[in-house]
Design a protein. Sequence first.
Length: 103
Amino acid sequence: MIYSKSLKNILSGKFGILRNSFLIEYVSYEKPMTWLVNTSYKAIRTKKYKYIHWIHHQDVDELYDLSHDPYELTNLIKGPDHQEIAIELRSELVKLVAESVGL
């Protein structure tokens, strides 16, 4: 399924097919601010969840149920009840990253 990639259609009232999720990327280039080194991440946001994958750190990914935890206080990534959604969102994140670079 091809999703609308431009906000132009949304802003003009021509919605077409809207995305179910979107990609968030942050790459830190702040060399003078040492506390920001290696803080790059890629994330996916859906209506209900946010999944964050830290680029330079293993086993610290995050998963939040935004409908119950809008301030992202409880990381659900290791909870047994959320393993399936974590796998699904990680797979969708990989797909969105590939699309963002034209693959």
